[in-house]
Design a protein around this ligand. Structure first.
Ligand code: GLV
Ligand code: GLV
Length: 327
């Protein structure tokens, strides 16, 4: 008998796959909220597998609370910075994440939406129209910027970065440059040029972040990097909040060091910023678009993540290496 604790009710397709498998005991936290820490520590006791979501911090205490039966942590997310990998490895616990084609596409589409929303000042224009401020067409009213022919710089040339590059290059004639630890031939098919991070920051009209959150990527974008960017550039973050030094970003946006930002993730999520003053500032800036970590929030993507988590679990139970085992 294999006991699985599911930390939150997720879209059903993966759960149905697990329910079909004999010999599994599945306990799901059903409330539509992140499981309180105390409850999590209680419920994981004696389980073999935890299916966690990205807001659950799966650390040493959770692993201790589960006890020696715990063999796998299947994270329902592409990212896995919420799981203490070092501690899991020490205990021989397998960790998997849940990437999928659908999630890749959804996040890339969200980044496209943010780029155009910033360039065309969509949110600002919508607010303007709703507020009753539209009193007549004007040749200089709410002027935005053109996207075609501009340069998109990807920091991180993996699956999501590549999907974004394909759409922006093929659909909108945008030049692609990227920086990463290693080159990606798939990305270079769109003529993407491999550059150092500093060169990329200087040349990009749009900088989009597609790296995981690791100790080495925390505050990858801070004062120095923002200063290197063009004054006309936009920054898009659909990756993880702490990759950007939010204090430095707010300052750069206020002083016009960069032209705008599209943020789907935040440094102290679910807070919009780590302190009330900065939250107020970010909320009041017109050149910023804020979405509440919804880049992958499409029915298709969230079901695919559910199937991916279940596929990883079923592979593990069958004695195989889960397809998305995190190394
Ligand atoms: C979402 O942020 C994910 O990592 O899947
Ligand atoms: C604007 O609506 C135009 O016709 O140029």
């Amino acid at each position: 008998m294999t006991k699985i604790f599911v930390c939150r009710d997720i879209p059903d397709e993966g759960l149905k796959m697990l329910a079909k498998k004999k010999g599994l005991v599945i306990d799901v936290y059903k409330k539509d909220q992140a499981i309180p820490r105390k409850e999590l520590l209680k419920r994981v006791h004696g389980v073999d597998i935890i299916l966690s979501i990205l807001t659950d911090k799966i650390d040493k205490d959770v692993m201790n609370a589960a006890g020696p039966s715990l063999k796998m942590i299947a994270n329902y997310a592409v990212g896995f910075d919420n799981v203490d990998l070092v501690e899991a490895k020490k205990r021989g616990i397998i960790v998997s994440n849940a990437p999928s084609l659908e999630t890749t596409k959804a996040v890339a589409e969200h980044a496209v939406a943010m780029i155009f929303a910033l360039a065309h000042r969509l949110v600002e224009a919508d607010g303007f129209a709703r507020a009753g401020k539209y009193h007549g067409w004007g040749p200089q009213m709410l002027l935005g910027t053109d996207v075609m022919g501009k340069t998109l710089g990807l920091i991180g040339g993996g699956r999501i970065g590549t999907a974004l590059a394909r759409r922006m290059h093929d659909g909108f004639g945008v030049n692609i440059i990227y920086s990463d630890l290693k080159r990606n031939p798939d990305l270079e098919k769109f003529g993407a040029k491999y550059l150092s991070k500093n060169d990329l920051l200087k040349k990009s009209d749009i900088v989009s972040l597609h790296v995981p959150l690791l100790p080495s990527t925390r505050h990858l974008i801070s004062t120095k990097e923002l200063k290197m960017m063009k004054k006309s550039a936009f920054l898009i973050n659909t990756a993880r909040g702490p990759i950007v030094d939010e204090t430095a970003l707010v300052k750069a946006l206020k002083t016009g060091e960069i032209a705008g930002a599209g943020l789907d993730v935040f440094e102290c999520e679910p807070l919009i910023a780590c302190n009330p003053k900065q939250t107020k500032e970010l909320r009041s800036l017109k050149n910023v678009i804020l979405t509440p970590h919804t880049a992958s929030a499409t029915e298709g993507a969230r079901q695919a993540m559910s199937r991916a988590a279940a596929t990883n679990i079923l592979a593990f139970i069958a004695g195989k290496i889960p397809p998305n085992a995190v190394k």
